[in-house]
Design a protein around this ligand. Structure first.
Ligand code: GLV
Ligand code: MN
Ligand code: MN
Ligand code: MN
Length: 400
């Protein structure tokens, strides 16, 4: 796949939902589907599908991922799953298997939430985890709403909404993804199976103080929201460490954003994730309490808004066991592939869909564990092992 949306300076990818780069990726997906003689369709939420067999028959086996990216993301997060899906289908055709179930490849829209602040918009809408009203209110940093952005990309925003009929025709969804950690590197395995996704969410902290002159305002006269924000970042680190969780302030907006002006507003987004709900509540509660204390100490007002939340996801046990059986040593295949089962702190469309349909994930080794960065990497051999594993899984699920 040529480097759609790669930034010439950073080397990272900027493929935000419904922008020109996303439209280019979507054209690529459609061309891949058509080149393979698959039936191409766009669902009511702008997700793309490529079908082999009758989409209406039911009990379909679906694989795929997403093509959008975070700001300056890597090449693998999302696209590896979509590219591997097409490659696995090619592999199955080379094996001359007989499909007994319909098979589809999907590209879910706006998985990263980089533009509108909410991750997995395409799958959330389909699963009814985001209402039409909420979706219509989503607005990007330039004030463009989701409906206007979809329209500008040539998609119809009026149709968005829950799609239970479509999801009801799916018997299993398997998403292949680059691992976003080092568990496989440490265990020495190329491919793993996901067990669970940590509960996670995004909270917006608005610290409001008073803009004033950086040169003439005495320190004691300042109501500087940057100070309370900075102290809150440190508190987030402490709370996360205590709970064995993670907490990140990765995005910030400052007004008026002048070198020689004390800010009037510092808006920071907290992303926090933990192995269980109780730990996550403890972290976020602790950060908010600390933030209120610091805000009060600096004469600053604070509003905290939860912008999104995804509860813990346990992937379907039966499907997970089936994947382990297909890929494992007891599969009868001549393979030495070990397939560890691992949890992750990263969110995925598969996590959203697991509330509606049996869902599983395959991870491909990432030697440094780096993700959401241009340095994200997976070796070619490991990607090929991922395609073979996905082909085996699809054969086991759709050809029996
Ligand atoms: C998306 O990749 C997320 O986990 O935030
Ligand atoms: Mn991602
Ligand atoms: Mn991803
Ligand atoms: Mn993700």
């Amino acid at each position: 796949m040529r480097p759609i949306g790669r930034h010439p300076d950073s080397g990272g990818y900027r493929r935000f939902a419904w922008t020109g780069a996303d439209v280019e990726c979507r054209a690529w997906f459609k061309a891949q589907a058509e080149a393979r003689g698959l039936a191409y369709e766009v669902d009511r939420n702008g997700n793309q599908w490529a079908w082999l067999g009758d989409p209406g028959a039911g009990d379909a086996v679906v694989t795929g991922s997403h093509l959008d990216s975070v700001p300056d993301g890597g090449a693998f997060d999302g696209p590896l799953g979509v590219v591997s899906s097409f490659a696995a289908l090619d592999e199955l055709r080379a094996r001359q298997v007989t499909f007994t179930k319909p098979l589809a490849i999907v590209n879910f829209g706006d998985e990263e939430g980089a533009r509108f602040g909410l991750a997995c918009v395409g799958s959330r809408l389909a699963a009814g985890q985001l209402t039409v009203e909420q979706a219509h209110r989503l607005t990007d940093g330039d004030g463009v709403t989701l409906p206007r952005a979809m329209e500008a990309a040539g998609y119809d925003p009026e149709t968005v909404g829950p799609d239970p009929e479509r999801l009801g025709r799916i018997g299993a969804f398997v998403e292949l993804h680059v691992e976003q950690g080092r568990a496989l590197d440490l265990s020495g395995d190329r491919v793993g199976i996901a067990s669970a996704i940590w509960p996670h969410g995004r909270w917006r902290f608005d610290f409001r103080g008073e803009a004033n002159h950086a040169g003439t305002t005495r320190l004691v006269d300042r109501r500087d929201p940057m100070l309370s924000y900075a102290e809150t970042v440190l508190a987030a680190r402490r709370e996360a460490q205590l709970a064995g969780a993670v907490a990140t302030f990765g995005k910030i907006v400052v007004e008026p954003n002048g070198v020689n002006a004390i800010p009037s507003l510092v808006r920071g987004w907290l992303d926090s994730r933990a192995a269980d709900q109780e730990s996550l509540d403890t972290v976020v509660g602790g950060v908010e309490r600390a933030a209120r204390e610091y805000a009060a100490a600096h004469g600053v007002d604070l509003d905290v808004v939860r912008e999104s939340f995804t509860p813990v996801v346990e992937f379907d046990h039966a499907l997970r066991d089936e994947l382990a059986r297909i890929l494992g040593r007891d599969s009868g295949k001549d393979t030495d592939l070990k397939v560890p089962v691992l949890g992750t702190g990263a969110g995925h469309d598969a996590g959203i869909l697991s509330g509606s349909i049996p869902t599983a994930m395959l991870f491909v080794r990432n030697p440094t564990g780096v993700s959401h960065s241009p340095a994200e990497y997976a070796a070619e051999d490991d990607c090929v092992a991922g395609v073979t594993a996905l082909a085996d899984v699809l054969e086991g699920l759709a050809c029996t």
